[in-house]
Design a protein around this ligand. Structure first.
Ligand SMILES: [Mn+2]
Length: 343
């Protein structure tokens, strides 16, 4: 059975081009304007941080509830669905040294209470998934925190969310570094190891971002395969990354087309998407783009994905199996490269 892929992105993927070294270079699109882009660009799913849904995660709950209901109505009006909510713990003053793993009990309490509200927000907007990107759950220097206690804090946080809501699923989106020097749970393997220790492992899975695997020195398609085998690949953030530097969020396939092909191939062969999983694209427009063309990275990434799906479906898999059986990997190499070049 072939998948009819559905695509998602987050409102932050249409942005003004500011970076740590310079201010905005494009005027902002309002949230309402961004919503208009989704269907036009071929997308059905919206990814959210908690404070993409509500104006402030610190506002009184009645106000947040009201704002979340309005967002749900807007989504319905546009025929869109919310894929997940991720509590944005890393921008808050109480999250300066991490939230879940902060040494300060007050900071840890804030992280937990805000995350429980993110679950409530997800319920209002119809999202079944909570994404944990543990941005500052690590250290700038080794001696700053107790590493064993920190792992325990992460498991406690997972358990508290699972117990707060009996239906919500938690997807870990792991990244080895940036903004921290070292993250405590740097890869999907680390995270799924912890998932097995929670009160309900069946509701803890993974979101794999291509660039995050690459930054860990790993191949994203192999990371996806690891999660797929465990039936725990519940979302992806496809993008591309040119070597070991800051997280670039480049358009999918723009750096290494063969690496992109292998990601699509592993998803395609394993029926990814047939249980409602979205193909998420976490890509950034280049700072040099003018505002009117600052959504092209999204439509381009989607187009590259779909062209690679076509290439997966037209690949001579019988030939691949023959070459595997005869251990003729030089010929297999040429077969794949020729296929990518249209022969
Ligand atoms: Mn990224």
């Amino acid at each position: 059975m072939q998948t009819n892929y559905r695509f998602s992105f987050g409102p932050w993927n249409i942005h003004t081009g500011s970076d740590p070294f310079g201010p905005s270079v494009r005027d902002v699109f309002s949230f309402a304007e961004k919503l208009e882009f989704y269907k036009k660009l071929g997308f059905d799913g919206v990814q959210f941080h908690d404070d993409d849904v509500v104006s402030s995660a610190d506002a009184p709950w009645a106000q947040q509830e009201n704002e979340a209901k309005k967002i749900k109505q807007l989504l319905d009006d546009h025929g869109l669905v919310a894929e997940f909510v991720a509590p944005r713990l890393w921008e808050h003053p109480l999250g300066i040294d991490g939230s879940i793993t902060a040494n300060s009990p007050e900071a840890r309490k804030y992280a937990l209470e805000r995350s429980l509200r993110a679950v409530d927000i997800a319920n209002i907007i119809g999202a079944k998934n909570i994404v944990l990107w543990p941005a500052r759950e690590g250290t700038y220097m080794r001696e700053a925190k107790d590493p064993v206690a920190s792992i325990g804090y992460i498991v406690d946080w997972l358990n508290a969310l699972l117990q707060h809501d009996k239906n919500i699923r938690i997807l870990g989106e792991m990244k080895p570094n940036e903004p921290m020097d070292q993250a405590y749970v740097p890869t999907v393997g680390h995270f799924l190891g912890l998932a097995s220790l929670t009160v309900d492992p069946s509701r803890v899975g993974a979101l794999i971002e291509s660039a995050h695997s690459i930054l860990a020195g790993l191949d994203p398609s192999d990371d996806m395969a690891y999660a797929l085998y465990q039936k725990k690949l519940w979302s992806v953030h496809l993008n591309d990354q040119n070597g070991l530097k800051f997280d670039e969020d480049k358009s999918f396939g723009s750096v290494d087309l063969r690496r992109a092909f292998n990601q699509v191939w592993v998803l395609e062969r394993n029926g990814y998407g047939q249980n409602g999983e979205f193909v998420g694209l976490d890509v950034k427009a280049l700072r040099t783009q003018e505002k009117a063309k600052s959504t092209r990275h999204l439509s381009n990434s989607r187009e590259i994905f779909l062209r690679l799906v076509d290439l997966c479906r037209s690949l001579d898999v019988k030939k691949v199996e023959e070459l595997r059986a005869s251990r003729d990997y030089e010929e297999l190499d040429l077969l794949i490269v020729n296929h990518l070049m249209g022969r």
